[in-house]
Ligand binder design. Structure first.
Ligand SMILES: Nc1nc2c(c(=O)[nH]1)N[C@H]1C(S)=C(S)[C@@H](COP(=O)(O)OP(=O)(O)OC[C@H]3O[C@@H](n4cnc5c(=O)[nH]c(N)nc54)[C@H](O)[C@@H]3O)O[C@H]1N2
Ligand SMILES: Nc1nc2c(c(=O)[nH]1)N[C@H]1C(S)=C(S)[C@@H](COP(=O)(O)OP(=O)(O)OC[C@H]3O[C@@H](n4cnc5c(=O)[nH]c(N)nc54)[C@H](O)[C@@H]3O)O[C@H]1N2
Ligand SMILES: [Mo]
Length: 829
């Protein structure tokens, strides 16, 4: 089977580039010219890239006055592209280095309980660097490198040079190592279960090409995904093709079925049939469908025999022979609240037609999140369409433009963490250190040093963490159960954060280092994660704000304090690296004879840089014809999957041996810890914390784009109209949303686009506690994770369960307090 270019395969290439003396010789003389030729313009246009696409910035008198997409690929608007000036000139920029007052007074007794409420003191950059270096040395000396947690995690900004997290790891690896993390928040459950089932991580793999889907599928099912929203961004610089294909799907007139408790922007855009199960009950619904297919003999026995293993061991469970509960459509209906007839009809429709099921990741960010995609693959195996052109299933159509046909491209290199045996694949999943725990266990790890947990067949013991360094993420917003994290966060002696803004995480640090936005520094990136459609220069558009620095400069100066500066930089400036990364792509392009083959010219770096224009690669015929499981279907012997059996594992003997009570050897319906069907519900409504259409997580919450979606200047919460009526809530009302874990204020949006009993509060609003000196204080800005549950999906994957959890909601009758989070914090005069 062809393994495709995944979203960050570029890293593989970089490793190779590092060893090549050719590049080192090249860069010595040429990069100097590159910098000489390029000054920051005062008036004109600069082309750059952001997660939300290639942008054209208009500069007047040295300031950004306009920001727009360089090209439009579809008629779907992407508001994120127009707020660049707000991002650069935000009121809450961290302009200088700051140290928390008590920490500055005595770093050995720094009153960590005052994190988040202490005053800040501005210090010189040199002093801040020396302080970080000294305290880091002290911690390492006292308790070793594993007591330094530099896992960091987050969406930072695109750019292959200014890669905050990798730059941090690179520094830590040169001073003896650190404790890092395993996995991610996006696909914590699926990326662990899928290799057992399909032999690949699946979630970050190239998808069967959209053109094949559009040509061949009669029915497209979108199961728990919101591509209209989530395709507004990509991990690198978006190629913006996904929205184009979504529009083509709409125009194709194909039948689209949409399965989600929320009628989201995608469902509306596509005018799809809406089937709305209770949250976290999809596995029951899928089992009901499988039962129906089995009973009506409408399943592909030949496919099951040829391409899968373990159906015979799964069947007794499906039929209820092992637990006296046949998973009939009626049984499923009682759980998911979709009527029996619809469940049956859906099963038949999928079997009778050429079907592609596109699933998002929301349903696996739930308790027992390993199960939904495993059950989905099993259902699709019964439908027998996996590997047929444009049919089967796909787990990445909603993300970073999966399914966009590949181009033949030179791949730009990137900075490396310098770790030995990093492995290949997604940059953030590469191994940067030996000491690591599943990242969503961060609070547990901080609170329970020495505790041993199960993880995917192994045991992991948490180290004692006494120093946290974070660069490029916002854990006080992204992690579940904020109030618990606040407690855990006060355990270590030192917390350092590199940030652009006074985010909730920066405010919970001891030392904050001011960082530039991508618009204040040079960088380079691929356009497109899977398809590699081009390369964009990311030239510095405006002067740096305040004393902000590039992460590279901060870590270079820290490396100097440890005597490893030359090792860290390899004597290269930012632009030297950028040139090297570009030249590695150019070298590949030459080897592939791109110019001769299809006229794509990659000029020498200096000319490319002076051009201020992206390079566009041409998509290939193979790209257009890419059919993900096509080869496997053609010949399962010669093209086996990477599973122990080489087949799709409906029953996994590897998992059986782990003997976990919360993840069995075949797809299983487990009741989540909190859900609407439980007895003695601790609260009334199921909270879904979707990814926001108008932000990237917490990014852009501090721009005027917020005015477009805020409700009465509060973070919106969706509530069904009947529920709202019963609670006396109207659109525009301030509401208090609460449970045993915490409470937040939000602005009600009353709608029929959400089923009864469910509320939606998007993740990513900046946590803004009313009284930061008090534990569990009311969050004024509706940060969803104040309410979510911090526990693992299961012992198998230890993923986060942010879409599982119940809340109460009531009209807020007090005076709505003013938001403070988007202003500068208390700074000592
Ligand atoms: N309840 C709930 N919680 C969730 C989710 C959910 O569905 N529900 N989803 C989860 C998922 S999938 C994810 S991926 C996470 C996302 O969580 P994060 O990735 O942490 O979220 P972002 O808001 O993108 O945070 C990125 C931060 O990096 C900063 N930054 C940007 N560029 C740079 C740079 O060059 N240098 C430095 N030093 N900093 C920079 C930004 O200012 C911002 O504060 O959230 C998770 N949390
Ligand atoms: N604009 C924008 N785009 C983004 C991001 C962003 O923050 N903003 N974040 C990016 C990142 S890091 C990631 S990981 C991806 C996330 O991509 P996803 O994980 O797919 O996004 P979510 O919004 O968490 O969930 C998608 C849909 O699942 C539904 N859902 C939730 N629970 C269930 C359930 O139990 N059953 C069913 N059937 N449906 C359910 C939600 O209602 C939602 O409509 O998006 C990426 N794209
Ligand atoms: Mo994510």
């Amino acid at each position: 089977m062809s393994v495709n270019l995944s979203r960050r395969n570029s890293l593989k290439t970089i490793g190779a580039a590092f060893c090549m003396p050719f590049f080192m010789k090249m860069n010595l003389f040429a990069a100097e010219n590159a910098t000489k030729n390029f000054k920051i313009i005062k008036d004109g246009e600069v082309i750059t890239g952001a997660h939300w696409g290639v942008l054209k910035l208009t500069i007047k008198d040295g300031k950004i006055v306009k920001s727009e997409p360089l090209n439009k690929t579809s008629s779907i608007k992407n508001p994120l592209q127009h707020y660049t000036a707000d991002l650069v000139y935000a009121k809450d920029r961290v302009k200088y280095p700051y140290v928390r007052k008590s920490y500055l007074e005595n770093p050995d007794s720094p009153k960590p309980e005052l994190r988040g409420s202490d005053e800040w003191v501005r210090v010189s950059y040199d002093k801040a660097i020396k302080l970080i270096a000294n305290e880091l040395k002290k911690t390492i000396k006292a308790s070793g490198n594993t007591s330094v947690f530099a896992g960091s995690y987050g969406w930072k900004s695109p750019g292959n040079m200014q890669n905050a997290r990798i730059l941090l790891h690179r520094f830590m690896n040169q001073i003896g190592g650190f404790t890092g993390t395993l996995g991610d928040y996006s696909t914590g459950a699926s990326q662990i279960i899928m290799p057992h089932v399909l032999g690949t991580i699946e979630v970050y793999e190239q998808q069967t090409s959209w053109p094949l889907v559009l040509e061949n599928a009669d029915v497209v099912v979108i199961w728990g995904a919101d591509p209209y929203s989530t395709l507004k961004i990509a991990w690198t610089v978006s190629d913006e093709q996904g929205l184009k294909y979504l529009e083509e799907l709409k125009n194709s007139g194909k039948k689209v079925i949409f399965i989600d408790p929320i009628k989201n922007a995608t469902c509306k855009f596509l005018n799809a049939q809406w089937i709305a199960p209770l949250p976290n009950t999809d596995v029951a619904m899928m089992l009901g469908m499988m039962y129906e297919l089995y009973e009506s003999k409408k399943y592909d026995q030949k496919f099951i025999e040829t391409y899968t293993t373990g159906f015979d061991k799964f069947l007794p469970y499906l039929l209820g022979k092992t637990d006296n509960t046949p998973k009939t459509p009626k049984w499923a209906s009682q759980i998911c609240k979709i009527d029996e007839k619809t469940i049956k009809e859906l099963a038949h429709t999928l079997y009778d037609n050429k079907t592609m099921i596109m699933s998002g990741w929301g349903m696996q960010r739930a308790h027992h999140g390993e199960q939904p995609h495993w059950a989905l693959v099993t259902l699709c195996a019964m439908l027998g369409q996996i590997g047929k052109p444009g049919c089967g299933f796909g787990l990445s159509y909603h993300y970073s433009n999966g399914g966009t046909p590949d181009a033949k491209a030179g791949i730009v290199g990137g900075i490396s963490s310098g770790a030995a045996n990093v492995g290949t694949g997604q940059s953030w999943l590469q191994k940067a250190t030996d000491s690591a725990f599943p990242l969503a266990r961060i609070s547990d790890a901080l609170l329970n040093p020495g505790k041993t947990i199960d993880h995917n067949g192994k045991k992991i013991t948490y180290p004692k963490i006494d120093f946290i360094y974070w660069a490029g993420g916002n854990p006080l917003v992204h992690h579940q159960n904020t109030n618990e994290l606040v407690k855990a966060w006060k355990k270590p002696r030192t917390v350092v954060v590199n940030e652009i803004y006074w985010t909730p995480t920066a405010r919970m640090a001891d030392i904050v280092m001011p960082v530039t936005t991508i618009y204040e520094r040079d960088d380079i990136s691929m356009i497109g994660d899977y398809a590699n459609l081009g390369i964009t220069p990311m030239k510095q558009a405006v002067e740096k704000i305040g004393e902000s620095k590039n992460d590279y400069e901060i870590f270079t100066d820290l490396a100097a304090e440890f005597g490893v500066k030359d090792k860290y930089t390899e004597n290269k400036s930012d632009i030297d690296w950028i040139k090297e990364f570009y030249e590695s792509a150019r070298d590949q392009a030459k080897k592939m004879q791109l110019e001769e083959l299809n006229g794509v010219v990659m000029k020498p770096f200096e000319e490319f840089w002076a051009d201020n224009k992206p390079i566009t690669f041409l998509q290939t015929q193979e790209g257009f014809e890419y059919n993900r499981y096509g080869d496997f279907r053609e010949d399962p012997i010669l093209e086996p999957l990477g599973t122990p059996s080489g087949l799709i594992e409906i029953y996994s003997e590897v998992i059986e041996k782990m003997n976990y009570d919360d993840c069995k050897a075949h797809p299983t319906w487990f009741e989540p810890i909190e859900w609407l069907g439980m007895k003695n519900k601790p609260a009334e409504f199921h909270l879904v914390t979707s990814h926001p259409e108008d932000r990237l997580h917490s990014q852009l919450n501090n721009t005027s784009l917020r005015d477009e979606y805020a409700i009465s200047n509060l973070e919106p919460i969706w509530i069904n109209s009947e529920d709202a009526k019963a609670k006396g809530i109207k659109t525009g009302d301030a509401v208090r949303v609460f449970n045993a874990r915490g409470e937040v204020l939000a602005g009600a949006k009353v709608t029929d686009d959400i089923i009864k009993g469910v509320v939606k509060l998007c993740e990513g609003a900046w946590y803004d506690p009313l009284d930061p000196t008090k534990a569990e204080s009311l969050d004024k800005n509706g940060s969803a994770n104040v309410l979510t549950i911090d526990m693992p999906t299961s012992k198998l994957a230890n993923g986060n369960i942010s879409h599982t959890g119940l809340v109460n909601i009531e009209k807020f009758t007090g005076k709505v307090p003013e938001l403070t989070i988007f202003k500068q914090p208390k700074i000592k005069a």
